[in-house]
Design a protein around this ligand. Structure first.
Ligand code: PEP
Ligand code: MG
Length: 877
């Protein structure tokens, strides 16, 4: 089987086999663009490599050698030849983009002999030896596992000795010396010499790139981006072109549109006389691409045209790497450019207006995680006084935290509950765990396309980079701008949208809706069939939910209405009541409070359904803590503090708390079990709902209350409450008004038994709302309060579970119960309305499942609504 594919034989549809980079190189080659020739070793070859214990089979190596021969004849050069040597780059290329996570080796094919040939051919000895030392450095690091700083240190010494400021100030003699130093370093660190045999270099390099699929940073990146480990990586072997041969050479990265704002302007950076890695590694700070227009106008024009061509072909914004070798342009790769949320939306909306994409395609393209970013925070401008410095606005959003200077400290401090900002001279992919742990990232060197900037953008973390005014002194754990000093642990604020670094912890404001988002949401609404409701417990949240597009309230948790300081004493009175009469007194006080809440919510949701869940807490949650009370009682008894009255009160409270105490409150007197024991509580709530409805109807508001009974496990529970609701509705509204109040009675399905007996339950229900928090808890038997901290992360880490089932719905188990209940329920009652209101209602994959099994709606917290609307549309597409 063919495991090696020359660029001219592949195409874009072969991405799974060739990886993203390989497929794109093939496609560009086909389109006649100037791509240095090469070939791709497939992902299948990679998987086969892992299978036989990380070894390249002889058969594969033969295929590689054959492809190399073909490449030699295309280029008119020979691999390992003393006079006319072919040099190649070896790059990873995974199916899903993982920028900077795996390894690259350039200039492969150089050794003590071929370097002479390269020097003679280019008449540039300095250049040839620079290439050679770069190879040794990359090979030493990636293939032989020697940490880069050993090489950096030797390079640094050389530059000091020669008085060179930049790498390209170093002399040929200097590079030769350095090469000897590198050889010694490699021998000392590994016990073996740098391989002079070019085929040995090739074999070792390919092996190393395959293996880099499993390095730590790649594994972490895959985990957070949910990329399957089984994909493997392809390897691209491409003939080298050189951007570092002199002043008419260069290298850079361009985006066809601005990846931060989405504006349709050519955007990018380049460096004259530099090699590819220099731009992305952030070692020198590059120039904006606009400057190339003056410096190399023809190249600029050609690059611009090629970029437009690629954008059209891929129907998306492209991120293109290019190199100029002796005034000739080469394209080294193209891919769909990473972008932040706002840019993604603007680009997609613009592409629809430009006639490139359909609305469905545009909506389908939105990454739901991007919406989280868009709904990002910014700085309250009035508070900004002390701007320390300004860098490049690499990833928008504002972040506040305590300053740290190492990735490890970032992780440690964040584990200890601190919020941190990670500041580094230049971030490298090795810092990824620190980036994850930080609120935001600051670098003093490196451009907008540096690896960490790209990674931060992908994660939606604010990032300011290339902030050159800042001098970081690692040893002293501080950084300086002029004579201002900021130390580890000091508070700073980053504004990733403008690049400002501000001293102190600035107040932040929440995100705003942009026009593009509104347009996209409108398109999503046209597409989707699944409705989106909100979980909202008060008028304020209901208002926000409606603004964000909620089509109703799917869950109003009434216990949340009891927590305010004004109400708590009355609630406690209700719970502490010695008899029903006393309890009714307290309830009578609570009734008007509830009623006014409901009135306001009905007002906000005029014309839309409002699902109100009757009380569902363990009662002891409203009473003081048992241990606190015991302590207070001991004080009162032994220290003779306080009055007799207080003593009585504490004793009384203690008795009640003890009486209500449950070994397992989550399986205790919760939900409708409470209403069964104290029907007067539910009766008060129902009365409040209908009184509120009555008032609203009088004011011309259209009300649609849906009364929801929680934690039902047996149809008989629902039957009782349905009868109670019907009775109270008639009593409060009377026949006339009832006609104007089309209410529903339904149940939450949170207990597996309720799902399993959906036939019986549906007989008494107008709707089923799946409370997937409890349903997950009870289906798995995992405590929703403890499991995550105790064992669930181990399950996910060890891949015993694909996800945390409290975040992403377990479609296999919990989902089956939902599917079953919906199907059976609808047989009994074809009009049965169905939805979900657990946390999963705001999760993309879970929403897809809800659409697939034909639920009518999902209900989620107000701020998740835009996301749910988009996801619901994508589920339809
Ligand atoms: C649920 O259990 O999914 C639910 C929505 O109810 P709560 O989270 O209030 O228990
Ligand atoms: Mg619940």
């Amino acid at each position: 089987q063919k495991q090696v594919v020359p660029f001219q034989e592949g195409n874009a549809s072969m991405k799974a086999l060739l990886g993203g980079k390989g497929a794109n190189l093939a496609e560009m080659t086909r389109a006649g663009l100037p791509v240095p020739p090469g070939f791709t070793i497939t992902t299948e070859a990679c998987l086969a490599f892992f299978k036989v214990g990380n070894r390249i089979s002889e058969e594969l190596f033969e295929q590689i050698a054959t492809a190399l021969k073909q490449l030699e004849s295309q280029k008119g050069q020979i691999f390992g030849d003393a006079n006319n040597p072919l040099l190649v780059s070896i790059r990873s290329g995974s199916v899903s983009s993982m920028p900077g996570m795996m390894d690259t080796i350039l200039n492969l094919g150089l050794n003590d002999i071929t370097v002479l040939g390269l020097a003679a051919l280019t008449r540039n000895e300095k250049f040839a030896y620079d290439c050679y030392r770069r190879l040794m450095q990359m090979f030493g690091n990636v293939v032989l596992g020697i940490e880069s700083y050993h090489f950096e240190q030797l390079l640094h010494c050389l530059k000091e000795k020669e008085g060179a400021l930049q790498d390209h100030d170093v002399t040929a003699a200097g590079w030769k010396d350095l090469i000897e130093d590198y050889k010694k370093c490699i021998l000392a660190k590994t016990g073996q010499s740098f391989p002079q045999h070019v085929y040995e270099q090739l074999r070792m390099a390919i092996e190393a790139v395959f293996k880099s699929w499993n390095n730590q940073r790649a594994q972490i990146y895959r985990k957070i981006n949910r990329i399957p480990d089984e994909q493997g990586t392809a390897v691209n072997v491409q003939s080298m072109v050189f951007g570092n041969m002199g002043g008419n050479c260069g290298t850079g990265v361009v985006f066809t549109r601005n990846p931060s704002t989405g504006e349709n302007t050519f955007f990018g950076e380049y460096l004259i006389n530099a090699q590819g890695e220099d731009v992305v590694a952030g070692i020198r700070t590059p120039l904006a691409i606009a400057a190339l227009k003056n410096e190399m106008p023809l190249i600029y024009e050609q690059l611009f045209q090629a970029s437009k061509q690629l954008e059209k072909q891929y129907k998306d914004m492209q991120d293109i790497e290019f190199t100029v070798e002796n005034n000739k342009l080469y394209l080294l790769q193209t891919r769909n450019g990473k972008r932040n949320a706002q840019a993604a939306l603007k680009i997609a909306v613009d592409l629809v207006h430009e006639g490139v994409l359909s609305k469905q395609e545009a909506v389908g393209r939105i990454e739901v995680s991007h919406l989280d970013q868009l709904l990002h925070r910014g700085i309250d401008e009035d508070a900004v006084k002390d701007v320390l410095a300004k860098g490049l606005p690499a990833s928008p959003g504002a972040a506040v935290g305590q300053l740290v200077f190492s990735a490890d400290t970032a992780v440690e401090w964040s584990r200890a509950g601190k919020t941190v900002i990670l500041a580094r001279m230049e971030t490298t992919p090795e810092d990824i765990h620190g980036v994850i742990a930080s609120e935001g990232v600051l670098t003093s060197r490196g451009g907008m396309t540096s690896h960490a900037a790209v990674v931060a953008r992908g994660m939606g973390k604010p990032c300011v980079c290339g902030c050159e005014d800042i001098r970081i002194v690692l040893d002293e754990k501080q950084m300086m701008v002029g004579n201002k000093i900021v130390k580890e642990g000091d508070w700073i604020t980053l504004d990733g949208a403008t690049g400002r670094v501000i001293i102190g912890d600035m107040p932040l404001h929440e995100a705003r809706m942009t026009n593009e988002l509104l347009v996209m949401l409108k398109w999503a609404d046209e597409i989707r069939t699944l409705k989106v409701f909100a979980n909202a417990d008060n008028p304020h949240d209901a208002g926000i939910a409606r603004q964000l597009g909620a089509e109703g309230i799917g869950l109003c948790r009434t216990e949340h209405m009891f927590f305010s300081s004004a109400r708590l004493p009355v609630v406690q009175q209700m719970i502490l009541a010695e008899d029903k009469e006393e309890r009714l007194k307290a309830l009578a006080q609570l009734l008007p409070m509830q009623q006014s809440d409901f009135e306001e919510i009905f007002n906000e949701m005029d014309g839309l359904p409002v699902t109100i869940r009757l009380l569902d807490p363990p009662l002891h949650e409203f009473l003081p803590n048992l241990e606190d009370l015991q302590r207070r009682q001991a004080q009162l008894m032994y220290d003779k503090e306080g009055s007799d009255e207080e003593r009585d009160e504490v004793a009384h409270l203690l008795r009640k708390v003890q009486a209500l105490h449950e070994a397992n409150p989550m399986l205790g007197q919760r939900g409708c079990r409470l209403g069964i024991v104290y029907p007067e509580i539910y009766e008060m709530q129902i009365e409040a709902i209908f009184r509120a409805a009555s008032g609203c109807i009088e004011n011309g508001i259209s009300v649609h209350p849906e009364i929801m009974i929680p934690l039902v496990s047996h149809a008989s529970e629902l039957k009782i409450f349905r009868e109670l609701v019907e009775l109270v509705a008639m009593q409060v509204l009377g026949k006339e008004k009832l006609r104007e109040c089309p209410y529903k009675v339904g149940t939450m399905i949170e207990v597996p038994r309720a799902a399993l007996t959906a036939r019986q339950v549906a007989a008494h229900a107008d709707f089923f709302s799946f409370g997937t928090n409890d349903l997950t808890q009870m289906t798995f038997g995992y405590s929703r309060d403890d499991a995550e901290g105790k064992f669930l992360t181990h399950y996910v880490d060890q891949k015993l579970l694909p996800h945390n089932p409290f975040q992403v719905l377990d479609t296999e188990g919990v989902g089956q119960l939902i599917d079953l209940a919906v199907n059976v329920g609808r047989v009994v009652k074809p009009s049965l309305k169905t939805g979900i209101c657990g946390e999963h209602g705001g999760d993309k994959e879970s929403i897809f499942f809800c659409h697939t099994i034909g639920l009518d709606y999902v209900s989620c917290s107000p701020y998740r609504i835009p996301l749910a609307r988009i996801a619901a549309a994508q589920a339809f597409i």
